[in-house]
Structures are given as structure tokens and as C-alpha cells.
Write a protein that binds this ligand. Structure first.
Ligand SMILES: Cc1cc2nc3c(=O)[nH]c(=O)nc-3n(C[C@H](O)[C@H](O)[C@H](O)COP(=O)(O)OP(=O)(O)OC[C@H]3O[C@@H](n4cnc5c(N)ncnc54)[C@H](O)[C@@H]3O)c2cc1C
Length: 401
């Protein structure tokens, strides 16, 4: 099959694209590999942008060193945007009017920060964080800020809050819901994270609706929530979720739902077109995960499948966050009726969510990466667990290996 494929085109140059390229070459693909990228940078990963990049001035978190990237022998089209996919002709059109022919196409266009209203985009120092350029802007603004407002109490907002506190900046987080990260974790975990932020001096303004923003003549941002005006912020960062970059796929008539619909091999409704990373809808969970591990590992699977190999993605959802020096790892997503079992180890708590048959649905561990490794095995084996043992800090979880 490999010999019949002479041209692979990838749209996007993020985490998923980079790992797809690496896999294609390591699996022996020697044909033309073209990457269309609207950012001018080499492949880089995004998790450090909300952490070390803004706190410690870390450099561009490149996926590969120079020599490894050069060895991928990529025909770069950057900065350049793919504007249309002509599936009948198997061509991608670019914003310079040129067209690229593909035998296999990978759509890895990711997602972009959502703004509740376009008017906010026009206010100076109302910022979002997705790209290296966004992080550079945010870092610059934070370096002269005393007060920062954050809209959205999800993972990105909370990580920025934590980073800003490390820089000694006063931070308020405004969240519409009554708890933090409500879509991805249970109330017990949300409460623990809330306490972590309060202990570290973050002002949490929960259940705040009707947020209005306006700029003042000094470049500061005036924020009011539920009609109450706050003292102005030096900047406001909006982290209220993302819009999936689905437009190209939709216009090309591919099946889409929350994201591009794919099977476990990453194949879309067109057998010559694959999708990977944030833009693809998880083949089993029916949602877009937006996780570093998914973007990397599912893209590797899609790359192998593009070469005609028998490849399937079947990993559980896993993502992590670092806040106030604490590593938070989340395995699985909330699903159905569960009960929460909490374990309080000295290094940090673990929250297990079990279904009616005492099988693990989700677990969230604070500074306990080894517990998560065990959880991955339990999930894979659909193992029945003893809630009492899990909750007992004197019981060594390794016994359940
Ligand atoms: C600040 C931040 C912190 C994060 N922290 C964590 C974390 O701690 N843990 C975790 O698990 N996950 C984290 N994530 C999520 C993780 O980084 C993403 O899930 C991952 O980057 C998705 O990779 P991707 O390749 O699908 O998309 P992206 O990395 O977004 O890459 C897509 C690329 O395609 C480009 N593109 C889009 N449309 C076009 C077009 N038409 N033509 C050309 N190019 C196009 C985009 O500009 C972008 O460069 C974080 C994300 C952000 C933004």
C-alpha cells in the first residue's frame, strides 16, 4: 500500500501534525510530505504556554530538535492557510491560490479560543491563549501587570491564574458556573481545586453571569459582572473554551459532529482523508478531548493507518494540569451515575469515581502519577475495585496491580 502513496498533505502544524509526520517517516514513508501551517514556527507543543513560558520565560517548546525535524524532509507551506479541500480532485487549495494534490490528507487544524462576543477582540489587553504568539503577548503584558482578571474557571484559565500568582500578580477568576472545571470533573474534585486556588491567593468569583468588558484610556480593562464593576485590570484573559477548526471539513462535506467524525484508525467519511488531534471527535467517546496525549497518540495511529497499516486508537482519556506547584492528572471522563471514593495520602488525594459495579469510570490524582498508571490498567481490564481498600491510605494500591 505504501508504494501507491506518493503524496501526503497535512493541514496544521501542531502536536498532532508533528507526531503524524514523525510516524510516517519512521514507518518508512519516503514520498512527498507537505505541511500547510498558518503559524510561522516549527512544530511545538502548547502545554508549556500557560505554565513555564509565561512564568520562567521558557523558549518555544519545540517538538523536535533541529536535526530530527530536518530528517522529516517536509515540504513546508508556511505561513499559509488551507482554504478549501477539493475531494473529487484530491486537492487542497491554499490562500495563495495554489493547489496541492494528495493521495492521503490529514486534517490536524486543532481549535481556537472562543470569545463570547467579537467586540471583546477589539479591546486592548483582552487576551486569549492558544499559540506561541499569544503566549508572548501575554507574557509581555503580565510583566507590567499588577492585577489580572480571568474569565473562565476551566483548565486554561486556572493555569494562567496559577502562573500569574507565581509572578506576584493579583488575580480574580470569573466563572459562570457555581464550580470550577464543571464539564470534566466531579464536585468533590472541583472543591479541592477551589481550595487550592484560594490558599494561593486567587480571587474566585463563581456563579457570575453577565460579564461586560470595556477598555479605559490607560489600556486597562474595566470588567463588570452581574452589574457590579470591579477596579480595572491591567489585562483580562478569556478562557471560556474553544471553537473546533471544523470549517474546512464541513465545507468539504465530511461527516462532522462536535469534531470531524473518525473511526478508530482516524479515517473520516472519505477513505483518503484522515483527522487527528483536537479537531477530530474521539472515536469512542463522541467528543473532542483537547488533550496533549490524545493529539500525540491518536495522530500516530492515524499516520500508520494512512500507510495502510492495521492501526486502532483505544486509549482512555488522560490529561494533566499543573497549578500552584501541584500536578493534577485526570484519567477517564465523567459518565453516567458514579459514586466518589476519596483517598487522602500524605502526598495528595486521589478521587475515584466508580460505577454501580465498582468499576473505575474516572480518577483524579494530585501529585500521584503512579496511581494514575495503575488506574490505566484497571480501566483497560475493566477491573472490579474494592472501594474500602481504595479509600484506606494504609492500603498499598500497588497490591491491586
Ligand atoms: C495554553 C494551553 C495549555 C495546554 N495545556 C495542556 C495540558 O497541560 N495538558 C494537556 O493534556 N493538554 C493541554 N493542552 C491541550 C493540547 O495542547 C491540545 O490538545 C493540543 O495542542 C492539540 O493539538 P492539535 O495538533 O490537535 O492542534 P493544535 O496544536 O492547535 O495545532 C493545529 C494547528 O493548525 C493550524 N491551522 C488551523 N487551521 C489551519 C488552516 N486552515 N491552514 C493551516 N493551518 C491551520 C493552527 O493554527 C495550529 O497551528 C493545552 C492547550 C493550550 C492552548
Amino acid at each position: 500500500m505504501t508504494s501507491t502513496i506518493e503524496s501526503i498533505v497535512i493541514i496544521g502544524a501542531g502536536q498532532a501534525s508533528g507526531h503524524a509526520c514523525k510516524t510516517l517517516r519512521s514507518e518508512g514513508y519516503e514520498g512527498r510530505l507537505t505541511v500547510i501551517a498558518d503559524e510561522p514556527h516549527d512544530f511545538y507543543e502548547r502545554p508549556p504556554l500557560s505554565k513555564g513560558v509565561i512564568v520562567d520565560q521558557e523558549p518555544l517548546p519545540r517538538l523536535f530538535p533541529d536535526d530530527s525535524q530536518a530528517a522529516l524532509n517536509i515540504d513546508w507551506r508556511r505561513p499559509c492557510r488551507a482554504t478549501e479541500i477539493h475531494r473529487d480532485a484530491r486537492e487542497v487549495e491554499l490562500n495563495d491560490g495554489s493547489r496541492l494534490v494528495y493521495d492521503r490528507l490529514l486534517i490536524a487544524t486543532g481549535s481556537r479560543p472562543r470569545l463570547p462576543t467579537n467586540a471583546w477582540a477589539k479591546i486592548d489587553n483582552v487576551l486569549t491563549l492558544r499559540s506561541w504568539d499569544d503566549a508572548t503577548r501575554l507574557r509581555q503584558r503580565l510583566s507590567t501587570s499588577r492585577r489580572v482578571g480571568i474569565i473562565g474557571g476551566g483548565w486554561i484559565g486556572l493555569e494562567i491564574a496559577s502562573s500569574a500568582r507565581k509572578l506576584g500578580i493579583e488575580v480574580d477568576v470569573f466563572e459562570r458556573a457555581a464550580s470550577l472545571c464543571g464539564r470534566s470533573i466531579g464536585p468533590e474534585v472541583a472543591e479541592y481545586i477551589q481550595a487550592l486556588h484560594l490558599r494561593n491567593g486567587v480571587g474566585l468569583r463563581l456563579a457570575r453571569q453577565d460579564i461586560q468588558l470595556d477598555g479605559d484610556s490607560d489600556g486597562r480593562v474595566c470588567l463588570s459582572a452581574d452589574g457590579q464593576t470591579q477596579p480595572p485590570y491591567d489585562c483580562v484573559v478569556v478562557g471560556v473554551g474553544v471553537d473546533i477548526n471544523l470549517e474546512l471539513a464541513r465545507a468539504a462535506g465530511l461527516d462532522t459532529a462536535q469534531g470531524i467524525v473518525i473511526d478508530a484508525a482516524g479515517r473520516t467519511s472519505d477513505p483518503a482523508v484522515f483527522a487527528a488531534g483536537d479537531v477530530s471527535q474521539h472515536p469512542h467517546l463522541g467528543l473532542c478531548l483537547q488533550s496533549w496525549a490524545y493529539a500525540q497518540n491518536q495522530a500516530q495511529v492515524a499516520a500508520r493507518a494512512m500507510l495502510g497499516q492495521d492501526a486502532h486508537y483505544d486509549e482512555p482519556a488522560w490529561l494533566w494540569s499543573d497549578q500552584h506547584g501541584v500536578n493534577i492528572q485526570i484519567l477517564g471522563i465523567p459518565r453516567g451515575e458514579t459514586r466518589c471514593v476519596q483517598r487522602s495520602d500524605p502526598q495528595g488525594p486521589v478521587f475515584f469515581y466508580l460505577d454501580a459495579d465498582d468499576r473505575l469510570v474516572q480518577m483524579v490524582a494530585f501529585d500521584q502519577p503512579r496511581a494514575i498508571k495503575l488506574g490505566k490498567r484497571w480501566l483497560a481490564a475493566s477491573r472490579e475495585l474494592d472501594a474500602k481498600a481504595l479509600a484506606n491510605p494504609d492500603f498499598n494500591l500497588m497490591q491491586l496491580r
